[in-house]
Ligand binder design. Structure first.
Ligand code: GLN
Length: 503
């Protein structure tokens, strides 16, 4: 293998090669930095690249390995970090102009865990401003492009992380999922993304969008790679009051079991309301979903149909709850504490001018919606009703999980759409997350993995798996089984079929 070929390897393979002395972390890290240098102009997955920091970590890992020190499994494997996570000494913007130039004085818990795992951080990835969006077009720094077709969106809000994986700029990445921002980008880029159980990964130092919905999670090109990263990120944290006390679920072991492709006794529920029965789902996306289901059945799983009637109202409830929480979370960007400051003659005018200039249109839209929904006269009618719907969604899940071990659906209704196509139509943008949002309302874990390319446009279609809270391991078992079956036919991960990006 030449040095540059390493960018095509899985993270698991890189870890093994490092341990076996086949390659050094400096070589791996440099190969990815070179790749970023070659193609990130057009892809624009990164907002900030830290070549020096990444290579310094890599060198230290290589030295310790040479000295015979024991190292964590992923030590020396490079990673890209969504710009929603605060990183000491590295600029952090959450995709917003209001935080341009802000240098966090501390590390998020997940950042700290990545550093403790000795993984070189390649840089910070692009995202929709404050994670609001499904296309990365709402970034204050310009859109990211989908490596499968540069005229198309890479999903959002974590489009930068997903594009970095699909373009072989990084083998692993961090995402955050409030309504689908890990799973939807994974779906449209042919990669794998996991939203853990709410509380399974610390949110300390993750710039909040909607605190009761936000969850950080792993992104990779294979199920095993996300499992390895999940185990690095997860676990209890005293700094996050919503952090679960339980240890991290056994994701890697579950993925190993799944890869044996025996699903005897596993019950899989197809959610009627999420499988496109009422239209709106692209034919090729449905087709790949149905074929994947057939494969699972072929491995011994029993497939049943389940109904979750309140899911019809999940999107509407989400777009009341999310803006309400966001309007409160974003109040701290007041020109005094962080980032941008547009100086005027009074404090009020300074705040107004700073927020008017620093926030983009989508952020302003949600702040207005949220403050309205929370205002005294409307609180019960909007926020109160939305919370009731949330309870109904949770009950639907509870009932469904009595009939089956996991639930499945296509991750997104369509393959990636064209840049510019939906950016001025908020409803069209919001509808991308119709199948991902219920999981966030209920706090349950979900995974998206590639189901293949839609025949009509040759673009990636995603398969979503949902499990009960705390049962993240089930995602890895079922996901690894499906992946093993599909990649046996494809001859490797779906991303290997992506066309070469030309600068
Ligand atoms: N696309 C959804 C939204 O705009 C989800 C965002 C997210 O998960 N961060 O709210």
């Amino acid at each position: 293998m030449t040095t540059t070929d390493w960018t095509r390897a899985t993270a698991a393979r890189m870890a093994d090669a490092l341990a076996a002395g086949e390659v050094t972390s400096v070589e791996l890290t440099q190969a990815h930095l070179d790749r970023i240098g070659q193609i990130d102009g057009p892809v624009h997955a990164f907002l900030h690249i830290d070549a020096e920091g990444a290579l310094a970590t890599a060198r230290a890992v290589d030295e310790d390995r040479a000295a015979g020190k024991e190292l964590p499994r992923l030590a020396g494997v490079p990673i890209a970090v969504k710009d929603v996570l605060v990183t000491q000494g590295l600029p952090t913007t959450a995709g917003s102009r209001i935080l341009e130039g802000w240098m966090p004085p501390y590390d998020a818990t997940v950042t700290r865990k990545i550093r403790e795992a000795r993984m070189p951080i390649l840089g910070k990835t692009n995202m929709d401003e404050f994670a609001m969006g499904s296309s990365t077009e709402h970034s204050g720094y310009g859109p990211t492009r989908n490596p499968w077709d540069l005229d198309r969106i890479p999903g959002g809000s974590g489009g930068g992380s997903a594009a970095a994986l699909a373009a072989f700029e990084a083998p692993l990445a961090i995402g955050s999922d409030t309504g689908g921002s890990i799973r939807q980008p994974a779906s449209v880029t042919g990669t794998v993304g996991v939203k853990p159980t709410y509380g399974g990964v610390s949110r300390f130092g993750a710039i909040a969008l909607a605190s009761s919905l936000d969850q950080l999670g792993p992104c990779g090109r294979t199920v095993m790679d996300t499992a390895l990263l999940h185990e690095v990120m997860g676990g209890h944290d005293v700094n996050d009051a919503t952090s679960l006390p339980e240890p991290v679920p056994g994701c890697v072991d579950a993925a190993l079991v799944g890869a044996r492709m025996d699903l005897t006794g596993v019950r899989i529920g197809v959610v009627k309301e999420l499988s496109g029965v009422d239209g709106g789902f692209q034919d090729g996306v449905k087709q790949r979903f149905d074929e994947s289901l057939e494969r699972l059945r072929g491995m011994g799983a029993e497939v049943v149909e389940v109904s979750c009637p309140s899911f019809e109202y999940a999107l509407a409830a989400y777009y009341v709850i999310l803006p309400s929480e966001a309007s409160s979370n974003l109040a701290k960007f007041d020109s005094v504490r962080f980032g941008l400051r547009v100086e005027k003659d009074t404090v009020e005018k300074t705040m107004l001018a700073t927020r008017a200039e620093g926030f983009g249109d989508e952020v302003k839209r949600r702040i207005i919606l949220g403050t309205y929904a929370l205002s005294a006269g409307y609180y019960d009618a909007y926020y109160g009703s939305a919370q009731k719907v949330r309870t109904l969604v949770q009950r639907d899940f509870a009932a469904a999980f009595e009939q089956c071990d996991v639930l499945v659906s296509p991750t997104t209704p369509t393959t990636p759409f064209k840049i510019g196509e939906r950016v001025d139509d908020p409803m069209a943008m919001y509808l991308n997350d119709i199948a991902t949002i219920p999981a966030n309302l209920a706090g349950i874990p979900g995974m998206s993995l590639p189901a293949g390319l839609a025949p009509e446009d040759g673009l990636p279609a995603g398969f979503q798996i949902l499990a009960p809270a705390h049962e993240d391991a089930r995602l890895y078992r079922i996901g690894a089984a499906l992946e093993a079956s599909l990649t046996a036919d494809w001859g490797g991960p779906l991303t290997a079929q992506a066309p070469e990006v030309t600068a």
